[in-house]
Ligand binder design. Structure first.
Ligand SMILES: Nc1ncnc2c1ncn2[C@@H]1O[C@H](COP(=O)(O)OP(=O)(O)OP(=O)(O)O)[C@@H](O)[C@H]1O
Ligand SMILES: [Mg+2]
Length: 337
């Protein structure tokens, strides 16, 4: 294994809506990070096959753009890394085909990494976190974990939909949208901030886990059946869902006595969530670390970085062993680096 070798890694992210290409080296220097996101038809969620088609159409131009921005040639790249899972089958397979082709054509070693672990690892290196409690909050995932005996042990997670998906679905149902952004997250933030009256909604914490689907239905009902304003319903939904997550975060902090809380995933950008977490971090005298926004949601750089860690510890993957793993859980990955 090339432990000491200098590596320049090109990462391919393609688990869901975004095709991302990023280049980073083994010292942590970033060269380029480009992405293109599939836009579902207005008011609809992702169609996996359409997203995969978007990724295969954009692949060669995005790879060219990433190399150009990095001022590198394909022969300068010494590792090809791709998201092996979890994610949508058609999207993952498209990314894997692109990775295998580049690896085979240019004779560059190939590695496949776990998408969620890569979200965590890029957050760790960019924030210089040492041994944090980790909140991974995104469009597909809601987990609280920390590294215990070489695994990101999940203390709690959502039992149904993710926090990002919960707010996105509410937004679509009640008509909150931004014509330039497929994800209503940022505009939901602004609408919820205008709410002034709290309406009671089901608060569902089970042990260290949470459940959002009943809450989502009840919040939509507030608007559609009870005539509550969208602002007040969004505000009530946000306060309830984020209090649930803050409660389990606080329990994980109390349990681990960690000194840092690291927040990763696209939902890390939610302002109200940041302020609630800041309060518990002050109470428990913890450092709150938020993954820089560009790298909080899906991106190729996190996959390139995850690939470097994986390759240094365990070497490359043969193409015939590189099948995608749509249901690959982050707590099944042994953290060997
Ligand atoms: N400012 C914001 N506030 C709140 N949520 C946001 C904001 N910006 C984006 N989001 C949400 O973040 C999510 C997208 O994040 P990300 O790209 O990390 O998720 P994903 O890749 O879909 O999920 P996963 O990583 O689990 O596969 C969406 O649900 C989106 O609405
Ligand atoms: Mg993601």
């Amino acid at each position: 294994m090339p432990e000491e070798d200098f590596i320049i890694s090109l990462g391919i992210e393609s688990t869901a809506h975004t095709l991302g290409i990023g280049i980073i080296d083994s010292k942590g220097k970033e060269y380029s990070d480009v992405k293109s996101s599939y836009m579902p038809p207005f008011g609809e969620g992702i169609h996996p096959r359409e997203a995969a088609r978007h990724h295969s159409n954009k692949a060669s131009s995005l790879i060219e753009e990433a190399l150009k921005e990095a001022q590198l040639k394909p022969k300068d790249i010494t590792l090809i890394s791709f998201s092996r899972g979890p994610g949508m089958g058609p999207c993952l397979r498209t990314g894997a085909v692109i990775a295998r082709s580049l690896s085979g054509f240019y004779n560059i070693p190939l590695v496949g990494v776990n998408h969620v672990v890569s979200h965590i690892e890029i957050g760790k290196i960019l924030t210089k976190a040492k041994d944090p409690v980790i909140l991974m909050v995104s469009g597909g995932t809601t987990q609280i974990s920390s590294l215990v005996d070489d695994y990101y042990t999940i203390f709690g997670e959502t039992l149904d939909i993710s926090i990002g998906n919960c707010f996105d679905k509410f937004s679509r149902e009640v008509g909150i949208h931004d014509p330039n952004n497929p994800w209503p997250g940022p505009v939901f933030d602004k609408v919820a901030a205008k709410g002034t009256e709290y309406f009671e909604l089901p608060y569902s914490v089970k042990g260290m886990s949470v459940s959002f689907s009943g809450l989502l239905t009840a919040a939509i009902r507030l608007v559609k059946e009870e005539g509550v304003s969208i602002e007040n319903a969004a505000y009530s939904l946000q306060e309830t869902a984020l209090s649930m997550l803050t409660e389990i975060a606080e329990r994980a902090i109390a349990h681990t006595r960690a000194k840092e809380l690291l927040v990763v995933g696209g939902f890390a950008r939610n302002k109200r969530f940041q302020s609630m977490l800041q309060e518990i971090c002050e109470d428990w005298q913890l450092k709150m670390l938020i993954c820089p926004y560009r790298y909080a949601s899906d991106n190729g750089t996190m996959i390139a970085w995850g690939g470097i860690l994986q390759y240094k510890a365990a070497g490359s993957l043969k193409p015939e062993e590189s099948l995608v793993l749509p249901d690959w859980r982050s707590d099944d990955v042994k953290i060997i680096w």
